[in-house]
Write a protein that binds this ligand. Structure first.
Ligand code: F6R
Length: 606
């Protein structure tokens, strides 16, 4: 949540700071601000709402400083008003912050007792005031920050700019990521490398507890014990820094249509087509000895895990328990000695997923992370990483990251089955061939776009939508409902089709669209019975199925979205496409902000 940028530049930096903030807008977009040094003095410009509003303000009152920090906010403490927008500044220091200062109330009270007054409702202003008092007491900026950091509790990333110090910026990381960018006679700071894409591809990541004193000549990084440390400078490949919509109106559309390609990359990473086997990297535990698997994640990543539960139990016959990370981390669940934990995260920074990883490790478990951002905290802290090769996902609603998580989990499930002796070499070969069909079938499913666009005109009028599925299509029903809710703001619920009669059927009437996800498999007939129950109550059914399912579904009032017939294993990935397109087109018709839906942020680090 929240994006941070800092530049010590050669010329005026304001427009570059704003460009970088645009690349971080996916992290939060309810207000934004920038501070620069104008003739050596701090000047701040902030605006409520999207970055566009800040740009309008800056066009009226340009800032020309060569040093600047900027921020795009997802509100935690205090409403998204201008006075709560970052940077928070005193006469001596300006600060931008991502994360939460957990003990800010007691720190604030201490400052109030000393007669300090506050303008905002934020935790961040407390940091500005604490540093200000240190500066007032005569400490140099680095000393001032060094005195304040140990007093802060919580997870945060901070960047400071100081009045009268044109060649100085200080950054600190505890829990929230920060990347330092190297230029020629310029230095940069960002919440991630993507933010700095147009400026540099030479990046060093601060590690937990690090803080950095930056000048145009370079950076001095100290760890939390105050010892000077080196952090390797990496060259980030250009592709990883690319952020554009291509020919699409929204990032989400681009990311949906990119899926055949990125699924191909991800599968290509794990499948060895010369031997028709799955090749995982060396894992730091004996795969044969795994008797239990706990999966934990949040949101869409959790639903990818829920699909994997079916695969792992079927292929490897290993019992799986799946848990929401924000529950898992606090439940103190006992973890089996002969078990492993799998965490799944696109960003690799989700606070609850990270805390779950740490809990599992503290219990002595090996943790495998399925992550899209290879430099993320979760990737660094896990015992083993299985990367998803989806590339940067900018649309706040996760699409290609989800299907790449599924592809990776399918490969893992096959590898576990093979190691456990529950899949034969022939089974593995067959599954590898089936998986390799996924990109082609996804391309076919994308052809449903125009039909779904028309259908979405009806959906856009609905107040509530129900999604039903059985087996692996059940988590997909949950994912469909989540996607529709988050970008179109239409209330939606996902249910296991067999649960319909245990309550939700009471909601069904002629105003209620019911999306049924049902490949023609061994439980298809059961789902047809559920559709009949819906039809009998006037519900409008939208059936996502294959040609055989379409023929076999003799139910009234059914609209059909037909994908090609395919092996059961790959259905969740291919059926995800119509599910995503339904949400996308409905949101477009509703006129919502598809890529940046209200109240959400891409990376939930608090
Ligand atoms: C929904 C969505 C969220 C994320 C969740 C976890 O479209 O994007 O539900 O899936 O916040 O995020 P990551 O995968 O970054 O841990």
């Amino acid at each position: 949540m929240c994006g941070i940028v800092g530049i010590l530049g050669k010329g005026a930096v304001a427009s570059h700071v704003v460009d970088c903030l645009h690349r971080l807008e996916y992290r939060g977009y309810d207000s934004a601000g920038i501070a620069t040094l104008e003739n050596g003095h701090l000047e701040v410009c902030r605006a409520e709402g999207k970055l566009r509003n800040l740009e309008i303000k800056l066009s009226r009152h340009p800032l020309n400083g060569r040093s600047g920090i900027g921020h795009t906010r997802w509100a935690t403490h205090g409403k998204p008003l201008e006075r709560n927008a970052h940077p928070h500044a005193t006469r001596r220091v300006a600060v931008v912050h991502n994360g939460i200062i957990e003990n800010f109330r007691e720190l604030k009270q201490g400052l109030l007792d000393l007669g300090v007054s506050f303008i905002s409702d934020t935790d961040t202003e407390v940091v500005a005031q604490l540093v200000d008092r240190e500066l007032l007491a005569g400490h140099a900026p680095a000393e001032a920050v060094a005195h304040v950091l140990p007093r802060l509790r919580g997870a945060f990333a901070l960047a400071f700019l100081f009045d009268g110090q044109d060649d100085l910026m200080i950054a600190a990381r505890r829990g929230s990521p920060l990347a330092i960018g190297y230029g020629e006679g310029e230095m940069f700071l960002g919440s991630d490398a993507i933010a700095l894409g147009p400026l540099t591809n030479r990046i060093a990541y601060l590690e937990e507890g690090d803080w950095a004193v930056m000048t145009r000549a370079g950076v001095e990084i100290r760890n939390e014990d105050g010892v000077i440390v080196e952090r390797a400078v990496q060259i980030v490949p250009a592709g990883a820094l690319l952020v554009d919509r291509g020919n699409h109106r929204h990032f989400m559309a681009k990311e949906i249509y990119e899926q055949p390609e990125v699924i191909g990359h991800t599968l290509g990473h794990y499948l060895d087509l010369s031997s028709d086997t799955v090749n995982l990297p060396e894992l730091p535990f004996d795969v044969k000895g795994v008797r239990h698997i706990s999966i934990t994640a949040c949101g869409t990543a959790l639903y990818a895990g829920a699909v994997a539960e079916y695969w792992i139990e079927r292929f490897a016959r290993i019992p799986v328990s799946i848990d929401i990370a924000s529950e898992f981390r606090y439940r103190e669940t006992p973890l089996a000695d002969d078990g492993i934990t799998i965490v799944i995260s696109q960003s690799g920074e989700t606070a609850d997923t990270l805390a779950s990883l740490r809990y599992a490790k503290a219990c002595g478990q090996k943790v495998v992370a399925i992550v899209n951002v290879p430099t993320s905290t979760i990737a660094r802290e896990a015992d083993a990483v299985l990367p998803t090769l989806a590339g940067p996902e900018i649309g706040v609603a996760s699409t290609k990251a989800f299907t790449c998580q599924l592809a990776t989990l399918a490969c893992l499930a096959v590898a576990l089955g093979r190691a456990n002796g529950t899949l034969s070499a022939d089974d593995e070969q067959r599954l590898v061939h089936e998986l390799m069909e996924t990109p082609r079938l996804m391309s076919e499913a994308l052809k449903l776009g125009p039909q779904i666009e028309i259908l979405s005109r009806t959906l856009a009028k609905a107040r509530d939508v129900l999604y039903l599925g059985r087996g692996p299509a059940y988590p997909l029903a949950l994912e469909g409902a989540l996607k529709l809710k988050e970008i179109s703001y239409i209330h939606a619920e996902g249910y296991a089709a067999g649960e319909l009669k245990h309550g939700p059927i009471a909601l069904v009437d002629e105003t209620m669209p019911v999306v049924v996800i049902a490949p023609h498999d061994h439980i298809f007939e059961k789902t047809v019975s559920n559709m009949e129950e819906v039809a009998a109550r006037g519900g409008q059914i939208i059936l996502v199925t294959d040609p055989k399912g379409a023929q076999a579904a003799h139910v009234d009032a059914v609209q059909k979205l037909i994908v090609p017939e395919m092996a059961a294993t790959i259905c969740p990935m291919v059926y995800a496409i119509p599910v995503q397109l339904i949400a996308y087109h409905t949101a477009v018709i509703m006129g919502t902000d598809v890529d940046q839906p209200r109240n959400l942020a891409k990376s939930v680090t608090v």
